[in-house]
Ligand binder design. Structure first.
Ligand SMILES: [Zn+2]
Length: 92
C-alpha cells in the first residue's frame, strides 16, 4: 500500500506547464527540502513542488500519477540513470 495523502490529494491536478529543465532539477535534488528546492525553482510554489514529488513517489510505487505530465512520465520511464525518490529515498 502506498502513502495516504489525505486532503492534498484533492488538490492534485496535472501540471503540464513544468519545463523539462525544472523537472530535472526537481528529481536531481532529492536531498533538498521543499523550502530549499523552490529557491532553485522560483516559478513554483512549495505545494506545487510537493505535488510533483508525490507524483515521482507514486510513479515507482504504482500509485496515482494523474498529476504528472506526459513529459514527466516519459522522463521517469525512459531515464538512463537512477532517480532517487525525494520522498522515500529509494533509487529506481
Ligand atoms: Zn518513493
Amino acid at each position: 500500500m502506498g502513502m495516504t495523502f489525505c486532503a492534498k490529494e484533492v488538490m492534485m491536478a496535472r501540471v503540464p506547464e513544468w519545463t523539462k529543465g525544472e523537472f530535472i532539477t526537481l528529481i536531481s535534488k532529492p536531498e533538498l527540502s521543499d523550502e530549499d528546492l523552490i529557491k532553485l525553482l522560483p516559478k513554483r510554489s512549495k505545494d506545487a513542488v510537493w505535488i510533483v514529488r508525490a507524483g515521482v513517489h507514486s510513479f515507482h510505487t504504482g500509485g496515482n500519477i494523474s498529476m504528472l505530465s506526459e513529459m514527466m512520465m516519459n522522463l521517469l520511464g525512459s531515464k538512463t540513470t537512477l532517480v532517487e525518490c525525494p520522498i522515500c529515498k529509494i533509487a529506481f
